[in-house]
Ligand binder design. Structure first.
Ligand SMILES: [Zn+2]
Ligand SMILES: [Zn+2]
Length: 353
């Protein structure tokens, strides 16, 4: 029986993403790896055939071949999007476009406005993976069913309440015109705007298909494994969104848990998991380094660099223009064309393999 189990685990691992396997065994050892397979693994909706131990290429492969996801596989509802001319105008004026859903559930439509101080809005942070609900690499639209699902999720958030006010939100799929993500000059504008969007948002909610499998009664180890090794935790952009979020919420199937509660409630893991917990959910700590006014050495100090380096493990982006901007920002460096990867490798070995 025992050997059947372990041969089943070996079989599963041989068909798993080699990068995820390498990261989990480095973080949690064989016990963690076994636990991950017992849970049914993470990121199983994507093909990991092109992945190597050094890098997961599943998102890139998917954006070339995948289709937009509906709430139900059999759904064929029409796509909906905001007026992109208006979104582009707001961005050209150096302002933040936000959207809200109006109309009936059968016939929703999106309105656009520019953010003004005092406006309550929520950032929807997702991995942009097509199989994780909210990605669309061919147009600035989402299926009607997904737009309705966003409306419902946001209206239930505690700080938003059920009043008649519009529930404004920002999501890259609808608020960043596709032409902006295709040209280096505009890619840089997008990369630079991300920090201020996260800072101005009232809250940021993380939505990911693996996190959605968690419930309020899930075991702390499961909570950690599903969050740490999901698609959302495998992207560079989402690290920046999480570090600068005023309030970071994770969307479970039956509740939304904020980061502070998560750290308090689930942070009491076995000692061998503790280091992994700190470096896979490093958002608050990284923010403390960046906010530290005490001495100049806080941001960019060795401890800061080492934590950032660990947090970057397994996080990828296909955006070569945006990457240095995001990294420089997470290092607290106000300098654009800097070779940040080189700088990082000065204090420890590089994550790039
Ligand atoms: Zn992979
Ligand atoms: Zn649909």
């Amino acid at each position: 029986m025992e050997s059947n189990n372990s041969s089943h685990t070996r079989e599963l691992l041989s068909h798993s993403c080699p990068n995820l396997v390498a990261r989990i065994s480095s973080d949690l050892g064989q016990t963690g790896l076994h636990y991950w397979t017992k849970l049914g693994r993470t990121q199983i909706t994507k093909s990991h055939e092109a992945c190597t131990p050094g890098r997961c290429n599943a998102n890139e492969a998917e954006s070339r071949h995948g289709a937009v996801t509906h709430v139900e596989i059999s759904c064929r509802c029409a796509p909906v999007g905001p007026e992109m001319v208006k979104v582009a105008k707001i961005m050209a004026a150096n302002m933040i476009p936000v959207v809200a859903v109006r109309g009936s559930g059968k016939d929703p439509y999106l309105v656009v406005d520019a953010y003004k101080p005092g406006l309550v809005f929520t950032v929807i942070s997702h991995s942009y993976s097509l199989s994780d609900c909210f990605g669309n690499s061919s147009e600035n639209k989402l299926p009607t069913c997904q737009v309705n699902s966003i409306r419902e999720i946001i209206s239930r958030l505690p700080s938003i309440g059920s009043g008649t006010q519009q529930h404004w939100f920002w999501i890259d799929t609808l608020c960043v015109p596709l032409q902006y993500t295709r040209q280096p000059s505009t890619q840089q504008i997008v990369a630079k705007s991300m920090k201020s969007i996260s800072q101005r948002a009232t809250q940021t909610i993380v939505i990911d298909s693996d996190i959605l499998r968690l419930t309020s009664t899930s075991d702390p180890k499961e909570v950690f494994v599903r969050i740490a090794y999901c698609s959302w935790s495998s992207r560079l952009w989402t690290l920046q969104e999480a570090v600068y979020a005023q309030r970071l919420l994770f969307h479970f199937s039956d509740q939304d848990v904020d980061l502070d509660t998560l750290m308090r409630k689930y942070g009491n893991l076995p000692p061998e998991w503790e280091l992994a917990w700190l470096s896979r959910l490093p958002y608050k700590k990284l923010r403390e380094f960046l906010n530290a006014r005490c001495e100049r050495r806080c941001a960019g100090s060795n401890n800061h660099r080492l934590l950032l380096l660990r947090s970057l493990e397994g996080r990828t982006t296909s955006d070569a223009v945006g990457e240095p901007v995001v990294l420089a920002d997470l290092l607290g460096i106000d300098q654009e064309a800097i070779e940040t990867r080189t700088l990082l490798s000065g204090s420890a070995s590089s994550t790039e393999k």
